[in-house]
Structures are given as structure tokens and as C-alpha cells.
Design a protein around this ligand. Sequence first.
Ligand code: NAD
Length: 420
Amino acid sequence: MTNSNRIRAGMVGLGMIFDETYRPMFVSAKRDGLFRRDYGQVELELAAVASRTGSRVERYRPEFPALQSFSGNDAVARLAATNVDAICVATPDDRHFAPAKLALEAGKHVLIEKPSVLTLQELDELQRLADAKGVLAKVVYHKLADPDHKKLRTHVVDDVLKHVNNGYCSLLEPKSISGSQFSEWLTGRNPGTYVAVHYLKLIDFSFGPHWKLTRITATGQRGQVGPATGPTWDSVQLQVIYTHPDQREAAFDIHTSWVTPDNFPGYVDQEVQFRFDNGVWIAHQRKRGVEVCIEGRTPNELKNTPNHHYNGSFVEPWGDRSQRGYGIEILQRFFEEVATVEFGGPVDERPARLKAMQSLSYNDLSADRNCVAIVQSMEAILKQHAAGDPGCLVEVNSSEGGLVLFSKNGTRKVLYPARV
Ligand SMILES: NC(=O)c1ccc[n+]([C@@H]2O[C@H](COP(=O)([O-])OP(=O)(O)OC[C@H]3O[C@@H](n4cnc5c(N)ncnc54)[C@H](O)[C@@H]3O)[C@@H](O)[C@H]2O)c1
């Protein structure tokens, strides 16, 4: 082990989430490096980026003067051909697979924004490549690092909260997300894929793994961000059923939208309720802490009910300025896992370290099967709905296939033939 261990990172996509979370993480990592006794001191450097036009790169030059920039149709291929060690993919939801595949083919560790990919067929392909190349393929689910959600899962693991039966989750995004932020790639998209995955993973990770995903249904509304009969959705209501080992079913309803008024006090509204045999867990993202009003600044520029735990910029008591929170920590944790694999002990023990990091089910692609299966099913149900066939249902691991879509008109379609 030397003092010059270094991870060179590449980034695909320089949009909102890069600016809010990756940028501050790379800035503090550049200043402080990574350190742990097993892997020692590791330099972490944002070395290269790929984006469509390259126009946003100059904005980040002052912080990352040596940044290599690639743009145009072959930008990701050229980024993957450099000597970066890991590549983060933060492109629109339906553009994760191609860059992740190029990165894995080039033997890079990969971190993908949620939703990882949109079909199990794509997931299988990425998993095969990650295994063949001996690298990590992971997905970002920051809600699992929220202290409240950690405590929820701790209660479940410790059998304090017993046997979840049902629950609901709601995540409402403002109109500005569908109206301007994502207008370029919104056609044919839905808010369920965009944000329900946060809660799908929270449920699957917190209450699994000894249950079986069983059925998926979904419906939604159109007419605000696109035509009332078109393929673009304003809001989505999803229901997911699991079966516990004792054959009792658990049901979860997840409501999402991206047409909430922009002057809504909290920007994003999020709440959950989970009911157990012996308890109820109710959490509200906006109502767990601060309420603030500042003339001329809230609720648009600043929020009335901010979540400083996710991501906040602060003057620390010791004088430094910082930007921190679980939305940033979760990204640094990925690079700590890369550091563990590459520098956490003797070279001949790398396969064991790789296996240990791949067994972390909170972020490994191999543990994202249920979430991707639900997304694939929801998208197929909504597509069928837009084609004039509402009310479809997907059954999981039936005798006819891993994901089978049943229509009210009696037809069925295998979305994924192998077992989920
Ligand atoms: N973890 C979270 O809480 C969170 C929050 C917001 C967004 N996201 C996810 O992050 C991803 C990006 O979201 P965003 O809000 O930053 O979107 P955005 O629209 O602000 O930015 C997308 C970026 O990708 C680039 N891009 C688009 N197509 C590309 C391509 N084919 N090749 C290379 N670059 C391309 C765009 O130029 C832009 O820089 C989405 O999948 C989204 O679901 C995650």
C-alpha cells in the first residue's frame, strides 16, 4: 500500500443531480481524500466527463481544472477508453443502460442513478458484464442512508417491528420538473419510474429478503404534461404485492406525481405509513424538523420545510463551509467500496474483497431485481393503458414466466421469461 493510491472517476451526464450531489462530493474528496485503516489514503479525482453538448463543463472548470471533456454521439465510448477507474451514470432514466454497458465492457466500476435500468433483460446484461470483468456495478438509493429509514430497518432487523402487512408511500414532485427540468426527455415517461423506485427499494430492502414479489398493478392520469390520450403521465398510482414465507400477503401503494404546484411549501412532498402486526410507522419528510419563512425567498428559492439531512450547505461551527448530507454520503460510500476492492489488502485477495462488496444488497445491481421487475411491469402496464387497454396486471414467477402481463381482454404477454 502506498500513499499514492488513486481512483480516477468519470461522469456521464452533468445535470441537476450532478450539480446537487456528485459535484460537492468530488469537491470534498479532492480536498480531503478518502481514508480508512484497511485501504489507507486514497485520492479521489473527477478526471473526465461525457455529456451531450459539453456546454456545462466550463461551469465546473474552476473546481476541476484538469477535467477532460467528451461530447457528441461517441462521448461515452471515448470516456470509457480513458484510464478512469470508475464511471458514474447520471443521464435521463431511459438512457442509463447504454453508457453503463460501455463502461462495464471497458472494465470500469460503475455507479448508476436510480432507476438502474428499465428491464430485467438489461439488468442481466449489465450483471453478466460486471461478473466477467470483475468490477462493481451499483445503483444509488440515498433514502437507505436517511437516519429515519436506517432506524426503521433496524427495528425490523431486531424484530421490534414485526411482520409488515401493508403501507403507502407518496412522493409528489413540482411541475417545474416535468415542465422545464425534464421537458427534453419527458415524452413517453412517467413519474413512477422516476421516483417510486426510491420507495420500492426502501420496502424491498427494509422488509425483505425472505419474501416473494407476487403481483403488480398500476394506473395514472394524463392531460397536463402531455395529451390526455398520449404516452406521457402526470401521476401514477402503483400497487405492489409481496408474499411472506408464511403465505400472508403484504400490499404497498405508491403514489407519485410531477405536476404539484411549484409554490408548494416543501418542493417535494414525501410521506410513508407502514403497518406491522404490532406497530405502525408514520414518517413525513417535510414535517420532521424545520419550518421557516423568509420574505421574498420562500417558498420558491428557499423551502418552507427544508430537509437539511439529505443535502445542505452549512457554515460548520469550526468555520469551514461545507455541503453534506446522506444524498452525498451515499456517493462517497460507493468510492469507499471501490477503494476497498482495489486497495483494501493484498492483490491476491482482491476477488474476496470484490465478492464482499458485491454482496451488499443495498446498492448492488444483483440485488436490484425486484425493483427493476416492478419498473418493467409498471411501464408495460402504462404502455398498454395508453394503447387503449387499461387495468392490466403483472404476475411474478408464475408457471408461464418471470413477468407475465395479463389483460382484461384475456390476452397475456411474457415480459421476462426467466425467474425474477
Ligand atoms: N438520487 C436522486 O435523488 C436523484 C434525483 C434526481 C435525479 N436522479 C436521477 O439522475 C438521473 C439524471 O437526472 P437529472 O435530474 O440530473 O437530469 P438532467 O436532465 O438535469 O440531466 C441529465 C444530463 O444527462 C445528459 N445526457 C442526456 N442524454 C445523454 C446521453 N445520451 N449521453 C450523455 N449525456 C446525456 C444531459 O445533457 C444532462 O447533462 C435520472 O436518472 C434521475 O432519475 C436521481
